[in-house]
Design a protein. Structure first.
Ligand SMILES: Cc1cc2nc3c(=O)[nH]c(=O)nc-3n(C[C@H](O)[C@H](O)[C@H](O)COP(=O)(O)OP(=O)(O)OC[C@H]3O[C@@H](n4cnc5c(N)ncnc54)[C@H](O)[C@@H]3O)c2cc1C
Length: 383
């Protein structure tokens, strides 16, 4: 049954995306995991089908829809069972493009947003550094103004799409003495002299999604590539975090649903002691608990999404949804793997990848500890 939050147009979109994911993405997942790369054609196809522009105006090639439409896309891609794929497509369309739409100049929108929506250019956001993760204000990369350009020096780590992206939104200190009030965001194009990919990082999961270590050495970026106002970058990053965290919660709901389906399918077909293992009460009750957890995180996530889509204050609700959904998704995936017995630990069963992939949820886009910290402050516990 459709959830009350979504209208008929959202449900129609859901059917379209679901069919696309099953037909055009799922059959190739294992190959992309092996090659550790998602082909460009996937981004182009999503652009062609209008999936990257769901919430952007038509004048930029978008569909003029709303955040709920975009949420449907994120959740349905995740229902394909790959957090790596959901992460790569989600970072491009839900993390790199929105700040360009919200804070970019007409020219920046033309150069980056329009080809980004079309899937012709892929974007990334580079904030994290070897010595600055949760503490965004402590980044050390600098951008010094020199005539009509800025000169960037520093490095970025763990950057999704960082290896193959055509452009990267890079956070750098334009006023190093001013803490979080001295950060700016720059659009840096691939091929800009002084910008290089140090290496592609090897990960525990999300293998198809590329994660890069990026280096900036006297990298000269034209002043017109400054995104938004100078020294306002921290606020742009924080603004984007809300949607990014909601996306993580939606992806967790989608992938937890697949994990549960996989577990139910397996225990129904696996016979031990002369009967399907699904008929053992201990197994059935475990599945009930997993299904209950899934509906709990769906409820919390949709509630936060509804508030967000209405433009209402929702810092506490989004942080709670991100916290609960990412933790529950990995727990559900672990339970599902357990119910597969030894086969669950083998690479040929998707649950093995889902379990590895879901581990990342409590780390990216603000760790679980940081989510608890935000909620504690929202609850005024330290007053
Ligand atoms: C696969 C992957 C993809 C990523 N993609 C991107 C990307 O595209 N762009 C980007 O900029 N970054 C990206 N990141 C980085 C990610 O956002 C950071 O890893 C995350 O913010 C945590 O930072 P850190 O790893 O430096 O850990 P740290 O901040 O060093 O934290 C270490 C531990 O200390 C805890 N901790 C830190 N501060 C506190 C506190 N105040 N209270 C309690 N506990 C605390 C943390 O929760 C954690 O458990 C990615 C990371 C991964 C793994």
């Amino acid at each position: 049954m459709a959830h009350w939050l979504f209208g008929e147009e959202h449900e129609a979109l859901r059917r379209t995306v679901r069919s696309f994911v099953q037909k055009e993405l799922v059959p190739h997942l294992e190959r992309w995991e092996e090659s550790q790369e998602i082909p460009r054609s996937v981004f182009r196809r999503c652009g062609e089908l209008g999936f990257f522009g769901l919430k952007f105006p038509e004048e930029y090639g978008g569909q003029g829809g709303d955040y709920l439409a975009s949420a449907v896309f994120k959740e349905e891609v995740a229902r394909g069972g790959s957090v790596g794929l959901a992460g790569a497509l989600g970072v491009h369309s839900g993390v790199a493009l929105p700040p360009i739409f919200k804070f970019g100049t007409g020219e920046q929108r033309r150069r980056f947003l329009v080809p980004g929506i079309a899937g012709e250019k892929v974007g990334a956001l580079a904030v994290t550094e070897p010595n600055a993760g949760s503490d965004v204000a402590s980044i050390q990369t600098t951008a010094r103004r020199d005539g009509d350009s800025y000169v960037l020096n520093g490095s970025k780590i763990f950057i999704t799409n960082g290896v193959y992206a055509d452009f990267v939104l890079v956070a750098a200190k334009t006023d190093p003495a001013a803490g979080h009030r001295g950060i700016s965001l720059f659009l840096v194009e691939r091929g800009t002299p002084g910008f290089s990919v140090g290496r592609k990082l090897a990960k525990a999961g999300m293998l198809c999604s590329d994660t890069g270590y990026l280096i900036f050495e006297d990298c000269r970026v034209p002043a017109e590539n400054l995104l938004g106002e100078e020294n306002r970058g921290f606020y742009l990053i924080m603004d984007g975090f809300q949607w990014e965290r909601l996306m993580m919660a939606l992806v967790s709901v989608g992938v937890a649903e697949v994990a549960l389906e996989q577990a139910v399918g397996y225990v129904r077909s696996r016979t031990q002691f002369g009967q399907p293992v699904a008929r053992f009460q201990a197994v059935a009750h475990r599945l009930v608990d997993m299904a209950t957890q899934l509906e709990m995180i769906r409820g919390l996530t949709y509630q936060a999404l509804w508030l967000f889509a209405q433009g209402r204050p929702c810092l506490k609700e989004v942080s709670m949804a991100k916290l609960a959904a990412t933790e529950a998704a990995h727990r559900i995936a672990g339970e599902a793997l357990q119910l597969h017995g030894g086969y669950g630990y083998m690479r040929e069963y998707p649950i093995e990848r889902i379990w590895r992939d879901t581990r990342v949820g409590t780390i990216v886009a603000g760790t679980s500890e940081i989510m608890r910290e935000i909620v504690a402050r929202e609850m005024e516990l330290y007053r």
